[in-house]
Design a protein around this ligand. Structure first.
Ligand SMILES: C[S@@+](CC[C@H](N)C(=O)[O-])C[C@H]1O[C@@H](n2cnc3c(N)ncnc32)[C@H](O)[C@@H]1O
Length: 319
């Protein structure tokens, strides 16, 4: 069925006729976006400075990769959880008090270093487009979205309203403890992208959250989860605390894979190599000893960068 879908897109619809990714994707996958009546009362923020991004590229969407599902009936049930990833023990935290208490006071700090932030901002430059509607999950007072880009809409979520109110990128925000309630008050297929930065380790019900993200994403929408090796130790789940950088990447991959309909997750790892640290450059090293320097890079003062991302149903290609 999916091969037929890809074939149909490639041959029956020339790319020039597919200029609106949202309407195209929705029309191509009938019934895949259900709209149960869900109400949402966003908290509007004061107007932020308006500016017009210099963005002239034509938007064309060509689905090149469909989720390999042998059961079409299943792929039309958004957000179905295939299996649980975590054991009950893996979900526990050293500090079992409500997360809202822990985040009751604003922390006007940055949680990762400049290397991590610039790597993430560049990833957003590559993956996100101005016409997108974006949900920034587990957000704070800082935004890692590129400052020069004005997106169609950015909705923020977090646990501290004072922090969110200072976030310059948010058009609206809401406060919700995702360990208490995993349901978002958004209709199906409301966003083109969902982002979650250095926070996934605090989720005790990640399977439900990833399924809910799937539900609110439009077909072709992307979920980008980024993290480093820093954490509020007492608030991270046991499965994360007890892991290594490698096992944490595997864990986030499994969060995606446990939800029917996400594409195969892509992993992006960037460790600033020792020679980059010394020269201050962010480029791949050409040195014959670069593998040694990369090894030593793990001792560099920079925060390692990891991102795992996947798309709802298919990966779009923008020309
Ligand atoms: C390390 S901060 C990262 C904030 C932001 N993403 C950034 O990059 O600066 C972790 C964030 O996770 C959010 N968080 C932690 N536990 C949460 C929970 N149970 N429900 C919702 N959000 C939570 C908090 O709002 C907090 O801002």
């Amino acid at each position: 069925m999916y091969f037929f879908f890809v074939w149909t897109v490639a041959f029956v619809f020339p790319s020039s006729s597919i200029s609106n990714p949202k309407s195209f994707a929705s029309s191509m996958i009938p019934g895949i976006c259900r709209n149960p009546a869900r109400s949402w009362n966003p908290s509007p923020l004061p107007n932020h400075a308006e500016f017009t991004p210099d963005w002239t590229a034509k938007t064309t969407i060509i689905p090149i990769c469909c989720h390999a599902s042998s059961n079409d009936q299943q792929s039309s049930s958004p957000g179905r959880i295939r299996r649980l990833v975590l054991t009950p023990e893996g979900r526990t935290k050293l500090n079992p008090k409500p997360d809202r208490d822990f985040y009751a006071y604003p922390r006007f700090v940055t949680h990762v270093d400049n290397y991590f932030i610039s790597t993430l901002t560049n990833l957003y430059r590559e993956k996100l487009r101005p016409e997108m509607e974006i949900l920034d999950l587990m957000s704070s007072w800082v935004s890692h979205l590129p400052p020069e880009v004005k997106y169609k809409k950015v909705v923020g979520h977090g646990l501290n309203a004072q922090e969110l109110a200072r976030n310059p990128k948010l058009d609206h925000f809401f406060v919700k403890d995702l360990n208490q309630d995993q349901e978002f008050q958004f209709e199906d297929c409301s966003f083109d992208a969902v982002i979650c930065t250095v926070s996934v380790q605090y989720l005790q019900q990640p399977e439900k959250i990833f399924a809910e993200v799937f539900r609110v994403l439009r077909p072709g929408g992307v979920f980008i989860v980024s993290f480093s090796n820093r954490l509020f130790y007492e608030k991270a789940i046991t499965a994360w605390r007890d892991g290594t950088d490698y096992s944490r990447v595997q864990l986030v991959k499994q969060y995606f894979q446990c939800v029917e309909g996400f594409t195969e997750p892509e992993v992006i790892r960037k460790l600033q190599a020792a020679d980059e640290t010394l020269t201050g450059k962010g480029k791949e090293s050409k040195s014959p000893f670069s593998w040694i320097l990369n090894l030593v890079g793990s001792f560099s003062p920079s925060d390692p960068f990891y991102a795992v991302l996947a798309y709802r149903n298919f990966k779009p290609v923008y020309e």
